[in-house]
Write a protein that binds this ligand. Structure first.
Ligand code: SF4
Length: 301
């Protein structure tokens, strides 16, 4: 299937691409890339994400454990960034996301890694937790485009991106894959240390949807463009799943591709919270799936 203007970043003029990079780097002088709005100058200081100016990554590999439309036959070309702006107490990647394990890398080097992932046949370039490094990644994408990158980018985020950041990414990203972790601000703060999460994620996901629409796949089921939403069901309805699904059905689209995830495991500091100590029950999971059906979501599974 031919999708006009695919990947979308190929359509951006050199001048406009450079203009976006400049805008993004300017934000780093008083960083407001995400909802924390630390306003630190990233040249000299670090905010809650503990990241400076240099990109830091943990791994680059073809991932076969992502959603089926991303994995296809050759995998999703994953670039796992170190550090994170969310501080989930149950984080399964806490070494990378909380402790910052990984290596510094230049924009030029990461551009070459994107080309490598394309060369080995990956169906997309999957930036995992990109928010705090969005300027550097977009600059790397510009360099990779010059070197012949023609593979769509997946912006795979925890959903705590400032809406202003997402607006600047219009015409650069083909596939947005945000988590919607919680359906209320209170639990988001208590368990992930993020203020006003529910307010911010709703505006950002609406902006993502306005740019790319519902997920489009080709004849082989491979994602070409659109929105994929992830929602991890937490025990004792800590995630506010019903509110999350209602928002998607009422304010995004009933045809949204939604991955309702049941693999919650009490990693990291979860054992400090008795309500998070155990995994979810099958009944809890089925209740969320049924709610999605009741709300008329056609691609939730
Ligand atoms: S990305 Fe977010 S957490 Fe990191 S410095 Fe900027 S505003 Fe703060």
């Amino acid at each position: 299937m031919e999708l006009p203007g695919f990947p979308v970043y190929l359509q951006l003029s050199e001048k406009e691409f450079k203009n976006r990079i400049e805008k993004l780097y300017r934000i780093l002088n008083a960083c407001t890339l995400c909802g924390h709005k630390c306003e630190v100058n990233r040249h000299y200081n670090r905010g809650i994400c503990n990241s400076g100016m240099n990109l830091k990554i943990s791994s680059v590999f073809p991932h076969f454990g992502e959603e089926r439309p991303l994995v296809g036959t050759h995998g999703s070309g994953t670039i796992f960034l170190s550090n994170c702006n969310c501080k989930c107490v149950f984080c399964q990647n806490f070494g990378i996301s909380h402790l910052g394990e990984g290596d510094m890398i230049s924009e030029e080097e990461i551009a070459s890694k994107m080309i490598y992932l394309q060369d080995i046949g990956c169906h997309n370039i999957n930036w995992v937790s990109p928010t705090h490094f969005a300027p550097q990644l977009v600059k790397a994408l510009f360099i990779a485009r010059e070197k012949g990158l023609r593979t769509p980018v997946v912006y795979n985020t925890g959903g705590y991106d400032s809406p202003g950041l997402i607006k600047i990414l219009a015409g650069i990203i083909d596939i947005y894959m945000p988590d919607i972790k919680y359906g209320n601000n209170k639990n988001a703060f208590k368990y992930s240390g993020v203020k006003n999460y529910w307010d911010i994620v709703r505006v950002s996901v609406k902006e993502m949807y306005s740019q790319v629409g519902d997920l489009i796949v080709d004849d082989f089921g491979i994602a070409k463009r659109g929105l994929i939403i992830r929602h991890l069901v937490l025990p004792n309805d800590i995630a506010g799943s019903s509110e999350v699904l209602k928002f998607i059905a009422d304010e995004i689209s009933k045809d949204s591709y939604v991955n309702i995830m049941k693999q919650y495991t009490p990693y990291f500091k979860a054992s400090n919270y008795k309500e998070l100590m155990l995994g979810i029950t099958m009944q809890e999971y089925l209740r969320v799936l049924n709610r999605a059906k009741e709300l008329g979501l056609t691609r939730a599974n």
